[in-house]
Design a protein around this ligand. Structure first.
Ligand SMILES: O=C(CO)[C@@H](O)[C@H](O)[C@H](O)[C@H](O)COP(=O)(O)O
Ligand SMILES: [Zn+2]
Length: 195
């Protein structure tokens, strides 16, 4: 098993090296879209399934609370956390609508939807994106593989940050780095520090 463990580390490091080549421009574009959204008094809604639900919550908590430095709270909502809402929508309608109904209710023109999926094919995330388009929101999509159906739903104002990998855990590991990088650029742009 030691070899297997070392392989996981090597694969993860290599995926990050590949992402270093592929992603900085799209991360900067996504961060600037978020900065513009926050400066306009808008908010960020975040969604994803499984590990990506955890990522959505991780990111929203870093905006609502703090990242690395002291600064005011920033408005973000994870759509993955209210079990009464999630279970009733899934029970009465369909699991594919658990995020889209919340986007329809909470989303406003100028808000951002942070849509996270390693496959790009999760139906509930796709429907959330459709609801965001309907609400005149901008979409920042974190994907992997070939971007899946999510890639086809994006317009020029939206941003796709697609990790160059076909492995769900490796993609998730880079998604976390991307989210921290987004937080870092947002904080440094909104609250410049001398260092
Ligand atoms: O964390 C993992 C695998 O590393 C899983 O929980 C994974 O997130 C789930 O299978 C998700 O349902 C996958 O959804 P998606 O990334 O394709 O949208
Ligand atoms: Zn995982």
């Amino acid at each position: 098993m030691l070899e297997r463990i070392k392989e996981s580390f090597t694969e993860s490091i290599q995926t990050k090296i590949d992402a270093l080549e592929a992603l900085p421009e799209s991360i900067e574009k996504g961060a600037m879209a978020m900065v513009h959204c926050l400066l306009s008094g808008n908010k960020i809604l975040c969604c994803g399934n499984g590990g990506s639900a955890g990522d959505a919550q991780h990111f929203s908590s870093e905006l609502l609370n703090r990242f690395e430095t002291e600064r005011p709270s920033l408005p973000a909502i994870a759509l993955t956390t209210d079990s009464s809402t999630l279970t009733s929508i899934a029970n009465d309608y369909s699991f594919s609508e658990v995020f889209s109904k919340q986007v329809h209710a909470l989303g406003q023109r100028g808000d951002i939807l942070l849509a996270i999926s390693t496959s790009g094919n999760s139906q509930n995330v796709i429907k959330a994106m459709e609801a965001a388009v309907n609400r005149d929101m901008t979409i920042v999509a974190l994907t992997g593989n070939d971007g899946g159906a999510m890639a086809g739903l994006l317009s020029d104002n939206d941003v796709e940050i697609r990790v160059p990998s076909h492995s769900t855990p490796r993609i998730q590991e880079v998604h976390l780095l991307v989210l921290h990088s987004l937080c870092d650029v947002i904080d440094r742009t909104l609250f410049p520090q001398e260092d």
